[in-house]
Design a protein around this ligand. Structure first.
Ligand code: FES
Length: 99
């Protein structure tokens, strides 16, 4: 689990896998989840190996999570908001198709 170096900002409440946790307003979902978990934020669709955010800037896609019911969101590119629901993603998720 990572520790924040500063904790002087406004606090919002989110849920991570159903557990209520506090996050700092303005931080990314990936940062908030890393601060409250043992590290893995998803598992791979093929082998089920645990993965965790790596680049924190939208490049590696290792931070895919379900955010407010929408799967495959990049947690590092979404800011937490009060009442947000986050689920760590296990394996593949369905993609919506329009056909
Ligand atoms: S941590 Fe790399 S895209 Fe989010």
């Amino acid at each position: 689990m990572l520790k924040r170096r500063h904790n002087d900002g406004k606090v919002v409440t989110i849920t991570v896998d159903g557990e209520t946790v506090e996050a700092r307003a303005g931080e990314s979902v990936a940062a908030a989840v890393l601060a409250h978990t043992e590290g893995a934020t998803r598992t791979t669709p093929v082998s089920g190996a645990p993965r965790a955010p790596y680049c924190m800037m939208g490049v590696c896609f290792e931070c895919l999570m379900e955010i407010d019911g929408q799967p495959n969101r990049q947690g590092c590119m979404v800011r937490v908001t009060d009442g947000m629901s986050v689920r760590r993603q296990q394996g593949a998720r369905d993609m919506e198709t329009s056909s």
